[in-house]
Design a protein around this ligand. Structure first.
Ligand SMILES: [Zn+2]
Ligand SMILES: [Zn+2]
Length: 349
């Protein structure tokens, strides 16, 4: 399969010590027909409570061992090689997204400077949104971007893998638009993001006053319900900025682990990867999306992670990645995901 060839080429360059690829059915089916069950990654033995002792799965985390038991046949690929540098940044925009700046190649050059393992554009896809400003690319622009990214992928072959992805708004009723885009374009990955509650672009600074209209618990319930609905569509590979609702510092106090547990369970069930989005460090909330509590719940549930800077300018590529990697490792993760032709591979962290 071409994706494996490309990943193999990338791997031989420098970074994959132990990459685990979970088969996801026939290629070309996009996200819609994906089977459940691609589980967390194999990890080397280490002391800790998550390891089960002895037997065939003696060195594997309990979650992983349980998943292996449930899921057969299993397509499992291990690639030996040196340990990784900084992980792939799979969430970058471009000036065609309307509110971003810089040429595509400038983003790539910044990623090379930082020695990122790969770079993945995630253009704001042309989905109809209740927002007056241009933030999404048009189909015509996407046609151009496909060609531009392909050209740059060739130009940087052997230097850094360059991936073509999209970030799609989830809006109830707009699922068909996303499905059509997924069918029409050769995406490496699709990020599903909730930016709207009804007609409220809750992550836009101009609309912050509307937070005052909401009971905080009901706001979080409403947001996470939309997010779970997005995950259940089967259209996406990655959940974007999973707790974006906290962006301006409107945190939910007290115990809301029930909401976290549900989100993680749905991500696991629908075989989604959760993004550690480092843009949050630069927002009023002052921390990454997802919160450490959500990351811990994701890890316990066996949900893989990917890293995204949500860069809207070349200088933002890979921002705060060392900090985010340290957090992910502290939580227990030792692999990070990326996608090629919507096939997921896991790479050492
Ligand atoms: Zn977003
Ligand atoms: Zn974004």
């Amino acid at each position: 399969m071409s994706s494996q060839t490309d990943e193999g080429l990338a791997a031989s360059e420098s970074e994959i010590a132990q990459s685990v690829s979970f088969g996801r059915g026939p290629s070309g089916t996009g996200g819609a027909n994906r089977g459940v069950g691609a589980g967390p990654r194999a990890r080397p033995s280490r002391t800790g409570s998550v390891l089960c002792g002895g037997g065939r799965h003696g060195d594997l985390p309990l979650q992983y061992a349980a998943w292996r038991k449930r899921t057969t046949p299993l397509s499992l690929r291990l690639v030996e090689g040196p340990v990784s540098r900084l992980p792939a940044d799979i969430h970058l925009h471009s000036k065609l997204c309307g509110h971003a700046t810089g040429e595509l190649e400038e983003y790539i050059q910044r990623a090379v400077e930082l020695d990122l393992a790969a770079i993945g554009f995630s253009f704001h896809l042309p989905v109809t949104i209740p927002f007056p400003q241009k933030v999404n690319v048009t189909r015509e622009e996407l046609d151009t971007l496909v060609r531009d990214v392909a050209r740059l992928r060739d130009a940087y072959q052997g230097t850094i893998p360059v991936l073509f992805g999209g970030e799609a708004d989830y809006l109830p009723g707009a699922e068909d638009q996303v499905a059509a885009l997924a069918a029409d374009y050769p995406f490496d990955h699709l990020i599903g993001s909730v930016h709207f509650i009804g007609d409220w672009a809750f992550d836009h600074p101009a609309t912050v006053a509307r937070y005052a209209d909401w009971d905080r618990r009901r706001l979080y319930e409403t947001y996470f319900r939309l997010l779970c609905d997005a995950m259940r569509t089967g259209l996406f590979d990655i959940v974007g900025h999973i707790d974006l609702i906290k962006k301006f510092g409107h945190r939910l106090e007290g115990d809301w682990s029930d909401l976290v547990a549900e989100v993680c369970a749905v991500a696991r069930q629908r075989d989604l990867c959760v993004e550690i989005n480092t843009a949050g460090f630069d927002k009023p909330v002052g921390e990454q999306y997802a919160s450490e509590a959500i990351l811990r719940a994701c890890f316990a549930a066996g949900v893989p992670i990917a890293f995204g800077s949500d860069a809207h300018a070349p200088r933002e590529v890979g921002r705060h990645f060392p900090r985010a990697v340290a957090l992910a490792r502290a939580v227990g993760y030792d692999h990070t995901a990326r996608f090629r032709a919507r096939e997921r591979t896991l790479h050492p962290l």
